[in-house]
Design a protein around this ligand. Structure first.
Ligand SMILES: [Zn+2]
Length: 237
């Protein structure tokens, strides 16, 4: 249909540049290529944006700069499915001069397996879980109940992927909305989702506290029942 150009399905590899698809016009319901989200490892949504036409590293960098405009606001690590591409682009366009003082771009553990093992830049700088001790904030040692040590990811690097798969359920209605309705609907959904995530965390904290109190351990930490337990490999000792 003239008002709704056919979508040519393309799969964009996460560590390769995607060609920009040229359409007759961009006024149809399928106008936006995607909605991007930024969320914390706990699932709280920090920001979102619509990316017209393609999800290019340059647009990702612009989005990150908008959400984290000052040095103090920037996190130590940002997980991106195509972190190595974003890092390459940032080095080329000098954005890295600003980011390098505070932040590392790493690939989330879900997509990292599909990145090229021969890509030295990716392996060296974007590995989400290096087990050589170079990133003690990303990889921690934990112990099984029987005392055996194992490496564990300190954070859930797949939070955005989990959010995206939940949002995917609304795709068919979102892509038929006017821009105003799309913005309102998505923003409202993410707002309520975040409220739900925070409520869930509060409940979990209260449960952990009670459990620790009952067992006489009052350090407030819970070693077990970690939803984000993500084993990497066992440690030979
Ligand atoms: Zn890569």
């Amino acid at each position: 249909m003239e008002w709704n150009p056919a979508i040519i399905p393309t799969v964009q590899p996460h560590d390769e540049e995607a060609p920009e698809i040229v359409r007759k016009h961009y006024f149809g319901p399928a106008r936006f290529y995607c909605a991007e989200t930024i969320c914390a490892p706990c699932g709280v949504v920090i920001g979102w944006a619509k990316f017209a036409k393609s999800e290019s590293p340059t647009k990702i960098l612009q989005f990150l700069h908008k959400i984290y405009p000052t040095e103090i606001s920037r996190p130590d690590y940002i997980c991106i499915d195509k972190a190595c591409l974003v890092l390459r682009t940032a080095i080329t366009n000098n954005a890295w001069d600003m980011w390098s003082t505070t932040t590392r771009f790493i690939v989330d553990s879900y997509h990292y397996n599909n990145h090229s093992a021969k890509d030295t830049l990716c392996n060296t700088w974007c590995n989400p879980a290096p087990t050589d001790g170079s990133a003690p904030n990303l990889v921690i040692m934990a112990r099984e109940k029987n005392g055996n040590p194992y490496w564990k990811r300190a954070f859930n690097t797949q939070a955005c992927e989990q959010l995206n798969s939940w949002l995917g359920g609304f795709e068919s209605i979102l892509k038929r909305m006017t821009v105003g309705n799309f913005d309102w609907f998505l923003h409202t959904m993410l707002f309520y989702h975040t409220k739900y995530v925070i409520e869930k965390q509060k409940r979990k904290q209260a449960k952990d506290k009670k459990k620790n109190r009952d067992s006489g351990d009052d350090d407030g930490d819970s070693d077990e029942d970690d939803e984000n337990d993500d084993w990497i490999n066992t440690v030979d000792e």
